[in-house]
Ligand binder design. Structure first.
Ligand code: GLN
Ligand code: ZN
Length: 764
């Protein structure tokens, strides 16, 4: 008999109940008690949604983040919150987001814990902090409570904990201490935890060590060995889980660690399963993650059974089935969707549906395919409909991809020639000023877009309202004295969704929310088919904006790699192939803008870096196709058209060469918070084109002073020749208000004027 389980369930609720409860709690509108009651209800619902499984998880729920929960459970709480007033939950939220519900902004706020991406997902965790004298002390009450609650519904409850080595690996040493020096103490605490779990009658514990899919230095491999040799003293059975990739050179290690079971991501590591079965000692359980926990497509159940049946015959009782990873990364329930096209809806599966697939597979293995014949037939129909759908496949798009040639990705002349033409044409001052695209998205703007969507405004009323916004924005920029203007992006809700909505091959859900961090959720659009653009998307707005000014108006587009990385993508072709299609569609838009007389075009690649694979050895493959896609998008223009790109981060030392290969005339990046640290990379590698290092931290309400901007730019000018520097904010201004933006930009422009007059004086 095959056993079924899940590694974790989405926490936010079908209608983002957790988000709304948290926000109310933080505003003081509901009590701590009320918040905790909502958490209890949500968990009860989640277990009900998983009722068909043999084992349900406990401890996968979190009020904010499971890594932060682990830090609190282990007593690793930053010293800066100790002694502050309030309960444990106050400190929990202080570390999560800088303040508790009772802190007012002036007094007891502390620095929030750093937040970073959970492996290659879009979920962010709070980074554990370590110091030389970090000691751990167990407080498992929250976990035990969750187990207790789960036990009220079910007997077979499997607690989920983050493994000790991955926990250390995810954290940051604050004082240079080697994190591994803390392992012994940490293992004692874990041993104590397992002991408590044993006392509460637990049989299996899921212990996550996803770092097993990464390239590990010898000392980390050694730490894994040490950890599990030590923890094997527990009588509890440990299911060691890995996900998000292949084990590769860690395969033998993973098979040999003295645990009772091993879970593998049988989607990304499918090719390794045969080898694992050979290596795995015969007393161990093998859990296969056969349903993709990272995307939203239905599984081809018959094909999966073809593959699984011989494995099940061989492993018998030793085989467990689950989704590949926690379902945290997919939306909750497809049945909520009321407006999806029926074809597309029939191709999808969200968390609830994915668990159902696990159950059907197990039933087919345990009782024969006949026992689920009807479901398999339905699944076959859906899978075939998707494969054959005319809507997913456009011959013209495929033909166009085949015709791509080298020339399409190459500018007519190299940068050093283009820049001469462009300088003559634009006559910009030294240290030219510009912004990244969006201006404040006021309540009015949102309301107008909302009313238009709901049919309360006619198209012409809507257009009029947006043009008024654009006009205001242009007038403000003229008054401030910026050199290269933007239209302000009032018509855009989101930089990916806006373009996706106007391309074929994209679908949008109503409730397809996924947790990004804490209470923040995102709703990635779905790429279901070949991508094409049927008519220009932005030209009308940008042309209108250009008609209001003599200054160059920058046309703003989202790049293909960012469109890809912030969407759920097709699984029937490679990411690279989908990216090329996106590139062609946006290339059309670039060329349309050029034809419409727009002389500067910015193609944002905010998310290029996040697509980097977990293993460094695979970076080049990704960068090759990603950069090629950008080049196809951008490089179909004349020398005199200036291409800008923008990226939302400053750590690109390690990918600097790839970024240079994009060959944008100008790149703007985020740097202000890092005090131009990024520019250290320029010592090793001479970035050949123009660059605008951000001098205004748009994540903060603070207004940068003229002096601070001059200071930052002078630092930049030590590394990059002044004639190749631009002055701009870190990112778009849409989350700020005009009262902040105006003085900040005024200071930015004053700094630029000062710098260019200094340069003129030095030259003269
Ligand atoms: N052009 C976009 C804006 O200004 C860029 C946003 C981003 O980089 N995330 O809003
Ligand atoms: Zn940005």
């Amino acid at each position: 008999m095959v056993t079924t389980h899940s590694l974790g369930f989405p926490r936010i609720g079908r209608k983002r109940e957790l988000k709304f409860a948290l926000e109310k709690y933080w505003k003081g509108e509901i009590s701590e008690q009320a918040l905790l009651e909502i958490a209890i209800e949500l968990r009860a619902q989640h277990w009900q949604d998983q009722a068909g499984l043999d084992w349900i998880p406990a401890g996968d729920f979190s009020l904010y983040d499971h890594v932060l929960d682990t830090s609190f459970m282990l007593g690793n709480i930053p010293a800066r919150v100790s002694g502050l007033p309030g309960s444990a939950i106050d400190n929990y939220f202080r570390v999560a987001r800088g303040r508790s519900v009772n802190d007012d902004s002036a007094s007891s706020c502390v620095n929030a814990g750093e937040m970073t991406k959970w492996f290659d997902t879009n979920y962010h965790y709070i980074v554990p902090e370590f110091e030389k004298n970090t000691c751990f002390s167990l407080n498992s009450s929250h976990l035990l409570e969750q187990i207790q609650q789960a036990r009220e519904t079910r007997h077979q409850v499997k607690p989920v904990i983050l493994g000790p080595v991955t926990y250390l690996w995810l954290g940051k040493s604050k004082d240079g201490t080697d994190k591994l020096d803390l392992l012994d103490d940490l293992l004692n605490t874990y041993a104590q935890l397992l002991h408590e779990l044993e006392n509460s009658g637990i049989e299996w514990v899921q212990i996550d060590e996803p770092i097993l899919v990464m390239e590990l230095a010898a000392e980390w491999k050694h730490a894994l060995r040490k950890a599990y040799y030590q923890l094997q003293a527990t009588p509890i059975k440990l299911l060691l889980t890995t996900y998000f990739g292949q084990l590769q050179d860690n395969l033998q290690l993973a098979c040999e660690l003295p645990v009772d079971g091993l879970h593998l991501d049988a989607i990304t590591a499918k090719d390794e399963i045969a080898k694992v079965i050979d290596w795995l000692p015969t007393h161990k359980t093998l859990s296969l993650g056969v349903i993709n926990g990272r995307n939203i497509w239905k599984t081809d159940l018959s094909a999966t059974l073809d593959w699984l049946e011989p494995i099940a015959a061989r492993l018998q009782e030793r085989l467990w089935l689950a989704p590949s990873c926690s379902l945290l990364h997919v939306p909750v329930d497809l049945d909520n969707e009321q407006r999806l096209d029926t074809d597309i809806q029939s191709w999808l599966a969200f968390a609830v549906q994915k668990l159902n697939e696990v159950e059907v597979l197990a039933k087919a293995l345990n009782h024969g395919r006949e026992s689920v014949a009807e479901i398999l037939q339905e699944n076959y129909v859906a899978i075939t409909s998707r494969k054959q759908s005319k809507r997913a496949h456009q011959a013209a798009v495929k033909a166009r991809v085949l015709e791509i040639n080298e020339a399409m990705g190459t500018r007519q002349s190299p940068y050093h020639q283009r820049t001469v033409v462009q300088r003559k044409k634009f006559q910009l001052p030294l240290f030219p000023t510009t912004t990244i695209g969006s201006f404040p998205q006021t309540q009015e703007i949102r309301q107008t877009r909302h009313d238009y969507r709901e049919g309360k405004l006619t198209e012409s009323e809507y257009r009029q309202a947006m043009q008024n916004e654009i006009k205001r924005c242009v007038q403000e920029q003229e008054a401030l004295g910026l050199d290269v203007l933007v239209h302000g992006e009032p018509e855009r809700n989101d930089m990916v969704e806006y373009f996706g909505e106007q391309l074929s091959g994209y679908a949008f859900t109503q409730f397809g929310w996924v947790q990004s961090y804490g209470s923040r959720c995102v709703k990635p659009p779905i790429i279901f088919g070949d991508i094409s653009q049927s008519q220009a998307i932005t030209t009308e707005w940008i042309q209108y904006a250009q008609s209001l000014t003599e200054k160059p108006m920058k046309g703003m587009l989202t790049g293909p790699v960012t469109m890809l990385n912030w969407s759920f993508v097709r699984d029937d072709q490679s990411r690279a192939d989908t990216c090329v299609q996106l590139a062609l569609a946006i290339r059309d838009e670039v060329i349309a803008l050029e034809k419409a007389g727009i002389r500067i075009i910015q193609i944002d690649e905010a998310a290029l870096r996040e697509g980097l694979p977990l293993r460094k050895s695979q970076w080049n493959t990704y960068l090759d196709w990603a950069i090629r896609a950008f080049r196809i998008t951008a490089n179909g223009v004349k020398d005199e058209t200036q291409i800008h790109t923008h990226m939302c981060y400053s750590e690109f030392n390690d990918i600097m060469e790839a970024i240079a290969q994009m060959d944008a005339d100008v790149i703007t990046i985020e740097t202000s918070r890092s005090d131009m640290e990024l520019l250290d990379a320029f010592d090793q590698f001479q970035y050949p084109n123009e660059i605008g290092p951000g001098v205004y931290d748009i994540h903060s309400p603070n207004i940068p002073s003229v002096e601070s901007i001059i200071h930052l730019m002078e630092k930049a000018a030590q590394r990059i020749p002044a004639e190749r520097l631009w002055v701009n904010p870190d990112c778009g201004l849409k989350t700020r208000n005009w009262e902040e933006v105006k003085p900040a930009l005024r200071n930015m422009i004053a700094a630029s004027r000062y710098l260019s007059s200094q340069a003129a004086r030095n030259a003269g």
